[in-house]
Design a binder for this molecule. Structure first.
Ligand SMILES: *Cc1c(COP(=O)(O)O)cnc(C)c1O
Length: 362
């Protein structure tokens, strides 16, 4: 790690691979001999066309995205999709939502502006600290889709077994686990994620959509910019796309390929998360806050059980160079977001620091 860098455990915007940042820095003033930055370049130029084409190709390679899915690079972050999805998919104006955290809850609330939203499963009863059984849910007969947030960034849980949607299309927000492990895109109608958690700069959102879900039959009044078809028909360049953000995403895709793709990434992520979870399970001071079987590989939530001690830990860890460990206000305690770009050493060093803190405070 460069000497002046910290270990950044932020939930998002979050740590990016240092190799990517260095490469972007090298190309900042003069992108590959063209004499300008990617930020200054026309999105209609052949240089940029190559950047976006290559980004899409690499993403398709990484995830093994089937031909019948479109890849859209959109704007407005993940939150924009909370409206865009019902506007484009709610033909019957009915959708089923599985609410396992704040982001799913927000998505459900937004969708209810456009139609009937049935919350068919929820873990709100225990402050979203677990994933309910999703194997036999009361799927609504005329539901247009079933919605999940697959990794709950705030609470630190992951849906590891996809819901049985009984033939309905599954729509998944994977923002905080995007490209952290392989996934079978065929199981989804739409997989989307804001890139600021694991892939790139905030604002860009990538949506992978099965082609038959991209139609002209959208809710009346749907703005042109919020129609999937507008972006699908124009190769994500109906208007000026977030060029620089897409360029950084492209570099992260190359970085992932260079380390061996998503299988290798998953192995690294399991190793990394185990270091922290194993310690939490053996510690007398720190405790994980969620059901063990549902633990996220990306967002690790923990507490001491004493608010003052939590606050002291957050403050002392920050002074020691472990930044942004404060938990979300709805959970309290601590959260270590250990996305793809967090090196294993960062987690090992954090655990050493926690051990020392435990010795000093018990
Ligand atoms: C961060 C996050 C969002 C919101 O992303 P924005 O880019 O800020 O809109 C949505 N869903 C999940 C799962 C997130 O982690």
């Amino acid at each position: 790690m460069a000497l002046d860098r910290v270990y950044n455990f932020s939930a998002g915007p979050a740590v990016l691979p240092e190799e990517v940042l260095k490469e972007a820095a090298d190309e900042m003033l003069n992108y590959r001999g063209c004499g300008m930055s990617v930020m200054e370049m026309s999105h209609r130029s052949s240089d940029f066309q190559q950047i976006i084409d290559e980004a899409e190709r690499d993403l398709r390679d990484l995830l093994g995205i089937p031909e019948k899915y479109k890849v859209l690079f959109l704007q407005g972050g993940a939150s924009q999709q909370f409206a865009m999805i019902p506007m484009n998919l709610m033909k019957n104006r009915v959708a089923d939502y599985i609410v396992t955290g704040n982001w799913a809850k927000k998505a459900a609330e937004e969708a209810s502006l456009y139609g009937e939203v049935n919350v068919i499963a929820s873990s709100k009863d225990k402050n979203y600290s677990y994933i309910p059984d999703l194997s036999d849910l009361p799927i609504t007969e005329n539901a247009d889709y079933v919605y999940i947030c697959q990794n709950n960034t705030i609470y630190g849980t992951t849906i590891k077994t996809l819901p049985n949607c009984k033939g309905k299309d599954l729509v998944a927000d994977v923002s905080s686990m995007f490209l952290s492990e392989p996934m079978d895109v065929n199981k989804y109608g739409i997989v989307y994620g804001g890139v600021q958690k694991n892939i790139g700069p905030a604002g860009v959102v990538i949506s992978i959509i099965r082609e038959d879900l991209i139609t002209e039959d959208v809710l009346p009044g749907t703005p042109t910019m919020l129609r999937f078809k507008t972006h699908a028909d124009s190769g994500s360049m109906y208007n000026t796309p977030p060029c620089y953000g897409i360029y950084i995403c492209g570099k992260v895709f190359k970085w992932l390929k260079s380390i061996g793709g998503l299988e290798a990434m998953k192995e690294r992520n399991i190793k990394k998360a185990s270091i922290l979870y194993d310690y939490l399970d053996s510690s007398k001071l720190f405790h994980g806050t969620v059901s063990k079987k549902d633990r996220s590989l990306m967002n690790v939530t923990f507490i001491t059980g004493n608010k003052e001690l939590d606050a002291r830990f957050v403050s002392e860890s920050s002074k020691a160079g472990f930044k942004n460990l404060k938990g979300h206000r709805t959970v309290g305690g601590m959260r270590a977001s250990i996305y793809n770009a967090m090196p294993l050493q960062g987690v090992a060093d954090l655990v050493e620091f926690m051990k020392k803190f435990e010795e000093e405070n018990t």
